[in-house]
Design a protein around this ligand. Structure first.
Ligand SMILES: *[C@@H]1O[C@H](CO)[C@@H](O)[C@H](O)[C@H]1NC(C)=O
Ligand SMILES: *[C@@H]1O[C@H](CO)[C@@H](O)[C@H](O)[C@H]1NC(C)=O
Ligand SMILES: *[C@@H]1O[C@H](CO)[C@@H](O)[C@H](O)[C@H]1NC(C)=O
Ligand SMILES: *[C@@H]1O[C@H](CO)[C@@H](O)[C@H](O)[C@H]1NC(C)=O
Ligand SMILES: *[C@@H]1O[C@H](CO)[C@@H](O)[C@H](O)[C@H]1NC(C)=O
Ligand SMILES: *[C@@H]1O[C@H](CO)[C@@H](O)[C@H](O)[C@H]1NC(C)=O
Ligand SMILES: *[C@@H]1O[C@H](CO)[C@@H](O)[C@H](O)[C@H]1NC(C)=O
Ligand SMILES: *[C@@H]1O[C@H](CO)[C@@H](O)[C@H](O)[C@H]1NC(C)=O
Ligand SMILES: *[C@@H]1O[C@H](CO)[C@@H](O)[C@H](O)[C@H]1NC(C)=O
Ligand SMILES: *[C@@H]1O[C@H](CO)[C@@H](O)[C@H](O)[C@H]1NC(C)=O
Ligand SMILES: *[C@@H]1O[C@H](CO)[C@@H](O)[C@H](O)[C@H]1NC(C)=O
Ligand SMILES: *[C@@H]1O[C@H](CO)[C@@H](O)[C@H](O)[C@H]1NC(C)=O
Length: 818
């Protein structure tokens, strides 16, 4: 139902169109409707009509026909030599109306010349920037049927948005330039671009179609970068390696890479040492400058900075600087006797021994042995026991031994009689009584001492049945004393106590005897005093006891000097340093200690085995090895009387300064050959280090010059000698002065000549070029005439290109330039 209505509507519309239709429609038929003719060729096209007409004919600039009443009429030109023909076939109807039909005639001219490829740019291209490639095609028609294709090497560059030709191009042969915008990348460096042109005349075109023409190749240079690669912010290298494989720069032109550390140029091929860990600046200079910062970490295996031995005092904090250095930081383990341990802050005697320290890192491992010595005061005295012998006249031996570090010294206090002898050997002190007498009966006190302390023990020597009941005790100021230690010339007051005594009698010396409890002396000055107290009792035997007196005298002063030498010492010799102690008693109790400034420990401790009780002069020595380091060292000695609680203050010597004279060492010049140039004043410096400051003399040609600075000139060529002298000796250094021609002026002259030649060439070329342009033409090296001189240049954007004459100097781009 609906379809029926629609159909009827359509029919009525159609009849309406038919009624109003152009009467010319279909009146004329041109066959073929489009002709492609090469310029100068024959062309024939028929125009037919089927309607009744008055006259019919062709109207054209060439080949017009007069009007006829025929049904077919041909437009015929034997040599078509017009570019712009637009023939029209017409028919005039009886009513005077006219119908026309246009014939499309394409007159073409084959490509005759090879297209010319060029770049409108001088010099290398820069990556990413835009450049225009031009393809100039000469003398072709019609331009709008030109099909230009672009190539990079063998690959066709896909056409961009259709480069529609400007239809206002004349149909006659023209010179035309097509453009291609490129934005080259580094891969395009050295690439060859070319263009090809052909006439694509379409339907009715000649068979075979006109040949295609390809341009020459244009190769382009693309500059880019520099781009720094393989350059992380942190670089880890092993010691001995270098930085050559890091921070490499890519670019065209090839970039120059420089490394700087704190502004100082460094050579990346130089092997690195651990000190070279730092921040570096890498600069690549090529097309532009690129800078990158990197931190270099030089890795190396662990290394110990540790002494080979350590001496500490028991219970005291100590100072051990023992570290394993390395990068990455090593892990450190301590072992003693195969067991891993931690070294505690304070050490005990049991901690002494050999420690094995291991350091491990990913970069290696190291081990170190440390010998630890723990100093401790003498231990309790062992093996010393009371002794009782059966009869008078027996021999008695007492053994006093203690351990300690340093090895203890022993000091006995007892009644000194001629039959008693002390022998200290191998850390043990033996006291022998050769045939015990009544006088030997009594207390024997042994003290073991070192500089950390002392330990004492008292034992009794008795004889069975002899004076067992005699109990005499001495006291002073209410305190019991076993011995009397008193400074020479001081007062003494000693009580002799014996329970239940009848009478007490003192015998101080053969000429000094008295009865009474107390022995008093204003000033004790008798070195041989042997006070004996005798007590008598009711009912039993009297008994007597000798008071052991130690009279001491502190040394007045200590003198320190070299033995058999005075003044500065000479390097590499041994010298004996002497500490003289005068007027000291008892020598047996004297301890002389040596010190050196800057050392915590004493150098040496000396005791004397002399049993003479009266004041003596003694000395102690140490040997000094005179080295350079010893220059300025300071020594002193100290004397101390080990006499128990009453001991006087130690006496110190004046500090003794050591001056070491050492022969000069020449530090400059450090070369053996020195060049001299004509007309150049140069100063050659000789420097030497020594004590005292050396005198420096230059000698040459039997002449000499004092002082280290010598102005050298060509007359001195030959050997010259620097002589440095001081009290320590003489050192010489000979250098060879060699004559060197100075090439600088020669080079300067050469450069000047080259500049002049280049300038001349330039002026010559310019003048030729100038004349040519004035004459209105110029020739190219490639001898390809430029086809597009002053003509319309075209691309999709229809830009006219100015002609650049100077661009012919372009040496980077092959081929001619517009
Ligand atoms: C035009 O018509 C004539 C006569 O019919 C014929 O001989 C000729 O081949 C035709 N030409 C073309 C181009 O069709
Ligand atoms: C290249 O062509 C563009 C546009 O056609 C122009 O602006 C530019 O100046 C030309 N450059 C050179 C070096 O000729
Ligand atoms: C132009 O030439 C190219 C290469 O010969 C071809 O592929 C393309 O079809 C041509 N275009 C026209 C419109 O003929
Ligand atoms: C240009 O180079 C391409 C490939 O590099 C080559 O196929 C072509 O023949 C070359 N053209 C000329 C004229 O040398
Ligand atoms: C065609 O080129 C002419 C100059 O050669 C210019 O004036 C005109 O605007 C261009 N036409 C188009 C459509 O680009
Ligand atoms: C290297 O630079 C960083 C900061 O960029 C700084 O923290 C560091 O201390 C520097 N290292 C050295 C050895 O100068
Ligand atoms: C302790 O080490 C120092 C240097 O480290 C050395 O001079 C000295 O002889 C060593 N002493 C012992 C007992 O090994
Ligand atoms: C430890 O030794 C260092 C250098 O050897 C010193 O500077 C420091 O004062 C010492 N410390 C102690 C507590 O002795
Ligand atoms: C220096 O004394 C040492 C012993 O302490 C000895 O071995 C050495 O030979 C002496 N050197 C000289 C130069 O006397
Ligand atoms: C003293 O020092 C010199 C040089 O260092 C050395 O050759 C010599 O053996 C040393 N002598 C002693 C006793 O240390
Ligand atoms: C030697 O020359 C140096 C500089 O080269 C100067 O510092 C020095 O004072 C000069 N010494 C004498 C003794 O002239
Ligand atoms: C095309 O260029 C050539 C050479 O530059 C010139 O001889 C010729 O007359 C030009 N043709 C046209 C149509 O301008």
């Amino acid at each position: 139902m609906y379809e029926g209505i629609c159909f009827r509507v359509f029919l009525s519309l159609l009849s309406l169109w038919v009624v109003d239709a152009d009467p010319c429609s279909g009146a004329l038929t041109i066959s073929p409707a489009r002709v492609v003719v090469e310029y100068g060729d024959f062309v024939e096209v028929n125009c037919t009509t089927s309607i009744i007409h008055d006259i019919m004919g062709w109207e054209a600039t060439v080949g017009s026909t007069p009007g006829t009443d025929k049904q077919l009429i041909a437009w015929r030109v034997y040599r078509l030599s017009e570019w712009d023909v637009k023939p029209i076939c017409y028919v005039t109807l009886d009513n005077g109306d006219q119908c026309t039909e246009n014939l499309d005639v394409i007159v073409y001219k084959d490509l005759e010349y090879v297209p010319t490829m060029s770049v409108n740019h001088t010099g290398p291209m820069i990556e990413g920037q835009k450049y225009q490639l031009q393809c100039a095609i000469r003398d072709v028609a019609p331009v709008r049927y030109l099909n230009v294709t672009w190539y990079r090497g063998d690959d066709m560059i896909p056409p961009g948005p259709d480069p529609l030709l400007n239809s206002s191009y004349p149909s006659s042969p023209s010179n035309v330039t097509f453009s291609l915008w490129i934005s080259p990348s580094r891969q395009d460096d050295g690439a060859q671009f070319w263009c090809a042109a052909e006439l694509s005349l379409g339907e009715g075109g000649p068979q075979p179609p006109p040949p295609r023409m390809a341009s020459q190749n244009v190769s382009i240079t693309v500059h880019y970068g520099p781009e720094i690669i393989s350059c992380p912010g942190s670089i880890y290298v092993s010691e001995g390696e270098n930085l050559e494989n890091f921070c490499i720069a890519k670019g065209n032109p090839w970039p120059i890479v420089t490394w700087h550390r704190n502004g100082v140029l460094v050579d990346p091929s130089h092997p690195l040492s651990r000190q070279d860990s730092d921040n570096y600046t890498v600069t690549a200079s090529g097309l532009a400058e690129s800078v990158q910062l990197t931190t270099v970490y030089v890795m190396y295996g662990p290394e110990f900075h540790c002494p080979s031995n350590l001496t500490v005092e028991e219970y005291r904090t100590y100072n051990l600087s023992c570290s394993a250095e390395g990068y990455p930081k090593p892990e450190v383990q301590w072992f003693k006797e195969g067991e891993e341990i931690d070294l505690s802050e304070t050490l005990f005697r049991a901690d002494q021994g050999k420690y094995h320290i291991l350091a491990n890192s990913s970069h290696g491992n190291a081990s170190h042995w440390l010998d630890v010595r723990v100093l401790y005061p003498p231990s309790s005295i062992v093996e010393l026991e009371d002794v009782e012998v059966d009869v008078l006249g027996s021999d008695v031996a007492l053994k006093c031994s203690s351990s300690g570090d340093p090895r203890p010294q022993y000091r006995w206090s007892y009644f000194r009689d001629e039959n008693v002898r002390v022998n200290t050997e191998d850390g043990v002190s033996l006291l022998h009584i050769n045939g015990v007498t009544k006088l030997n009966i009594g207390t024997y006190n042994c003290c073991a001492l070192n500089r950390l302390g002392q330990e004492c023990k008292a034992v009794r020597v008795t004889v069975r049945g002899v004076q067992a009941s005699c109990h005499i005790q001495f006291s002073s100021a209410g305190k019991t004393v076993e011995e009397l230690v008193v400074e020479y010339g001081k007062n003494v007051s000693i009580n002799c106590n014996a329970r239940g005594h009848k009478m007490i009698k003192w015998t101080i010396s053969p000429s000094h005897k008295f009865t009474g409890d107390t022995w008093t002396e204003k000033a004790l000055t008798d070195w041989n005093v042997k006070p004996v107290c005798r007590a008598t009792f009711e009912g039993h035997d009297p008994c007597e006891k000798l008071l052991d007196v130690t009279l001491f005298k502190s040394p007045k002063d200590l003198s320190i000097s070299f033995q058999n030498h005075s003044g500065p010492v000479v390097k590499n010799k041994n010298y004996t340093l002497l500490c003289e102690i005068q007027d000291v008693a008892p020598v047996e109790n004297l301890v002389v200690t040596w010190y050196k400034k800057g050392l915590n420990d004493s150098l040496r401790m000396e005791t004397f085995q002399n049993t003479i009780m009266t004041p003596q002069n003694v000395f102690s020595t140490i040997i000094i090895n005179a080295t350079k380091a010893e220059n300025g060292a300071q020594y002193w000695c100290e004397a101390k009387l080990e006499v128990g609680e009453q001991a006087p203050k130690p006496v110190k010597s004046k500090p003794f300064d050591v001056t070491v004279y050492y022969a000069p060492a020449i530090t400059l010049p450090n070369v053996s050959v020195v060049p001299v140039f004509r007309d150049y004043q140069e100063v050659l410096v000789c420097e030497a280090e020594g004590n005292p400051k050396p005198d420096i003399t230059w000698s040459f040609n039997n002449r000499s010059s004092k002082g280290g600075n010598l102005t050298i000139s060509t007359e001195m060529v030959g050997e010259i000698t620097c002589r440095a002298t001081n009290e320590g000796g003489t050192t010489t250094k000979t250098v060879q002065l060699v004559f060197k021609e100075d090439y600088l002026p020669l080079i300067a002259g050469f450069v000047a000549i080259v500049v002049v030649i280049i300038s001349a060439i330039f002026v010559f070329i310019y003048s030729i070029y100038y004349t040519n342009t004035k004459m209105g033409h110029y020739s190219l090296k490639d001898a390809k005439p430029n086809p597009q001189n002053g003509d319309v240049a075209q691309n999709g954007l229809d830009s006219n290109l100015p002609v650049k004459k100077l661009s012919q100097q372009n040496i980077y781009v092959l081929g001619a330039m517009p």
